[in-house]
Design a protein around this ligand. Structure first.
Ligand code: UDP
Length: 460
């Protein structure tokens, strides 16, 4: 049976927000009888545990600590392209030579690796890109690529409210666009922009464009994109155990680049009452300025609510006075198993930076959100969280800071304010929709089944 379904290599970029959804996709394929290999760098491999998936290395050319060793992102990705293409081709030859396995029939690659499509073409096998951000955000970049060189064209508008109108999307203020589009010339952003635009330049050449999202969540956009790229919704890539609320067996993503304080978090959460805790995390990459961290700290304290806060370097970042005053109401940890925390009955609110994985995780587990976007696609995700009615966005003051008063106000609104009942109802509604989409007969599950069926047919 397994032999008839071909073999897939899933190629993951070595960052937490990329490995999680790609590994989960690999596990879903494996659960459907497809022989699946996850390929990533040697230094991330030791953080991965996934018994149903074969794990193999490819090289980025920086085998010790990868990106941190590279002089710039552009240099890193260039090196990955050269060395990664070669080592990926070698991996295909190695897997094809393994006795008893079907030959590799498809490469599913992280969208930061457009070169993997060339490797697939070289071997005359299927190539599929996996998008780790929303289809809405992808459609914006794609429109920029297809509308010509001026990025700012996207922001041109005949809307007298100063909003940007794009097909299949709600009208957006420029500040609600991904930061790479709203501030394309900024020094920190421009190196990323070239990379992002390259990845959207050949989407149409893929056999599938998989997106970690689901049909109901972005239905209007999907209607608009129909036929433009072979877009297929396969998400949310949240382990099913959390969607089904049956916390048994092998239930985590299976990858953690930092050591989670899992027992400490669970023990602390167990002592708290139903939905009384605010979980605060800004993902794996965001660097929050000390002044902003201080405002968050005092905002949390003023709310009087229990909180579990992920801060990688708490002694450096948090005021001593705050740490001393926390007591039993707060727990600060350098890293946790986020799904386990979000899935705990004591958690009633998620203060997030609005990274796409975190947004989908909050939505899929039915946890109301307060979104404090930093950069990248986060401002757009924050807008969508409000449109879906599952949370609120913070507002910055004139100094560009989210004040302690604002944080306290948003927390009160979500946890017990006038709109909190409606927000909680919407959160439950979307949790059900997320679960439906990946359950048997759901749209995302059907889409994966169709893909699996096609794998056994050779590429023309
Ligand atoms: N995460 C986690 N523990 C933490 C913080 C984050 O496991 O303490 C996970 C989280 O569940 C998510 C990923 O790290 O899957 C972060 O991805 P996201 O897209 O939200 O943000 P990024 O890190 O890419 O900015």
């Amino acid at each position: 049976m397994e032999n008839q379904k071909g073999q897939v290599i899933v190629v993951a970029y070595p960052a937490q927000g990329h490995i999680n959804p790609l590994l989960q996709f690999a596990k879903r394929l494996a659960s459907k009888g497809v022989k699946t290999t996850l390929a990533t760098t040697p230094y991330t491999i030791k953080s991965i545990y996934a018994p149903t998936v074969r794990i193999e290395t490819i090289s980025d050319g920086y085998n010790q600590s990868g990106f941190n060793q590279a002089p710039s992102l552009a240099a890193y990705l260039d090196s990955f392209k050269t060395v990664g293409s070669k080592t990926l081709a070698e991996l295909i030859l190695k897997l094809n030579a393994s006795a008893g396995s079907p030959p590799v029939s498809c490469i599913v690659y992280d969208s930061l690796f457009p070169w993997a499509l060339d490797v697939a073409k070289e071997f005359k096998i299927y190539g599929a890109v996996f998008l780790t951000v929303s289809a809405s955000v992808c459609s914006m970049f794609w429109r920029v690529v297809n509308r010509g060189p001026s990025l700012l064209m996207l922001q041109e508008t005949d809307d007298d409210r100063g909003l940007v109108n794009m097909p299949g999307l709600p009208p957006l203020a420029p500040s609600e666009l991904p930061s790479l589009l709203s501030q394309p010339e900024s020094e920190t952003q421009s190196p990323y922009l070239a990379v992002i635009l390259e990845k959207f330049s050949k989407l149409e050449e893929n056999d599938w464009v998989f997106c970690n999202s689901f049909q109901e969540l972005e239905s209007e956009l999907l209607d608009e994109m129909l036929g433009l790229w072979p877009l297929v919704m396969v998400g949310p890539m949240v382990p099913s155990a959390y969607l089904d609320q049956q916390m048994e067996g092998d239930i985590a993503y299976g990858a953690s680049l930092w050591e989670p304080k899992a027992d400490q978090c669970m023990k602390w959460l167990e002592e708290k009452t139903l939905k009384s805790v605010v979980y605060v995390s800004f993902g794996s990459m965001a660097e929050i300025a000390a002044k902003q961290v201080e405002e968050i700290a005092w905002g949390l304290k003023a709310s009087g609510l229990n909180f579990l806060w992920v801060v990688k370097d708490p002694e450096e970042k948090l005021p001593d006075e705050f740490l001393e005053s926390v007591g039993q109401a707060g727990l600060v940890v350098p890293w946790c198993n986020q799904l386990e925390v979000l899935g705990h009955r004591s958690v009633g609110c998620f203060v997030t930076h609005g990274g796409w994985n975190s947004t989908l995780e909050g939505l899929s587990l039915g946890v109301p959100m307060v979104v404090m976007p930093q950069w990248s696609d986060q401002p757009t995700n924050a807008k969508f969280v409000e449109l879906w009615g599952v949370g609120v966005r913070v507002k910055k003051n004139e100094e560009g800071i989210v004040s302690r008063d604002e944080i306290e106000m948003c927390l009160r609104e979500v946890m017990g304010g006038e709109r909190s009942g409606e927000i909680k109802r919407n959160a439950l509604k979307w949790r059900e929709a997320a679960k439906r989409s990946v359950s048997v007969g759901g749209n995302s599950d059907d889409n994966i089944n169709e893909f699996v069926a096609k794998l056994s047919m050779p590429k023309e």
